[in-house]
Design a protein around this ligand. Structure first.
Ligand code: NAP
Length: 245
């Protein structure tokens, strides 16, 4: 099999790269990064034949197109694609606790990274996933993107961008059901995972509910391996249970 991890430099994406490299039936894994981390660079020197790295800022469609052109020079097809890119906070942007904190430019950033990036990748990757065999396009979403499950409010931009991501994935699933019915499209909730993204918000998380990135990748692997075409268009939690939209 050949796989692509979008957002492979750290966190859950990096754990997926390590997982694919540990799978003997995975001939090659492609990983994209915006900032090349030391860990990803080291893996590339350890697996020069099996790990191919591509620089992509997902807010730039021309960079997505360029990366796919490079990828097509080496791969005729992809069997699994996992979108692991995400933003909750950065130096100049904190999740909004109240309407008072809403800034249009921050909302735009959340939507570009958490939602629009994924649908752009789907747009340009479709030919590589259309090959007659099972193909998976999964994106790491978040339970807080569930409208029905929203009891606490807050985090306007993050929640809304994940809800938008979920809608994009549902739409892609419906379109591909008609045009490439072997493709399975899912939104996955990873559970709270110890990464830079969750770091400032881990205080009240009991230790048994804070997963290492490796554990999260392993749990999601079990979910991915069980998927059939009947599951396309679902929003699934880390233990495989369906989540409300
Ligand atoms: N950790 C959790 O508890 C948790 C819970 C629910 C959902 N999630 C979701 O899981 C996914 C992975 O998160 P994580 O916890 O692994 O976070 P993380 O460690 O902070 O990693 C975020 C990733 O997103 C990439 N990224 C951000 N902006 C980008 C851009 N403009 N272009 C390209 N790449 C960009 C980063 O790339 P660079 O390092 O190269 O910049 C990095 O690879 C996210 O979608 C997140 O929302 C996480």
């Amino acid at each position: 099999m050949e796989a692509l991890v979008i957002g492979a430099s750290r966190g859950i994406g990096l754990a997926f790269i390590r997982q694919y490299l540990g799978m003997i039936h995975c001939q090659r894994v492609y990983g994209t990064y915006r900032h090349l981390s030391a860990e990803l660079k080291l893996l590339q020197t350890q697996y020069p034949e099996r790990l191919v790295l591509l620089p992509v800022d997902v807010t730039k469609e021309d960079q997505i197109i360029q990366a796919i052109a490079t990828l097509k020079g080496q791969a005729q097809r992809l069997d699994e694609v996992i979108y692991c890119v995400g933003l909750l906070h950065q130096q100049t942007l904190q999740p909004e606790k109240s309407l008072r904190h809403i800034h249009p430019e921050n909302l735009l950033t959340y939507f570009q990274i958490n939602a629009i990036g994924a649908v752009l990748w789907a747009k340009h990757l479709a030919p590589l996933l259309r090959h007659g065999d099972r193909a998976v396009f999964a994106a790491i979403s978040a339970k807080v993107g569930s409208i029905e499950d929203n009891r606490l409010g807050g985090w306007y931009g993050y929640r809304a961008s994940k809800a938008a991501l979920n809608m994009f994935l549902k739409n892609i699933a419906i379109e591909w059901k008609r045009t490439m019915s072997q493709a399975i499209v899912v939104a996955l909730h990873p559970g709270t995972t110890d990464t830079e993204l969750s770091q400032p918000f881990q205080k009240n998380v009991p230790p048994e509910k804070l997963f290492t990135p490796e554990r999260t990748a392993n749990q999601l692997r079990l979910v991915l391996d069980r998927l059939t075409d009947q599951d396309s268009g679902q929003f699934l939690s880390w233990d495989g249970t369906p989540l409300p939209w």
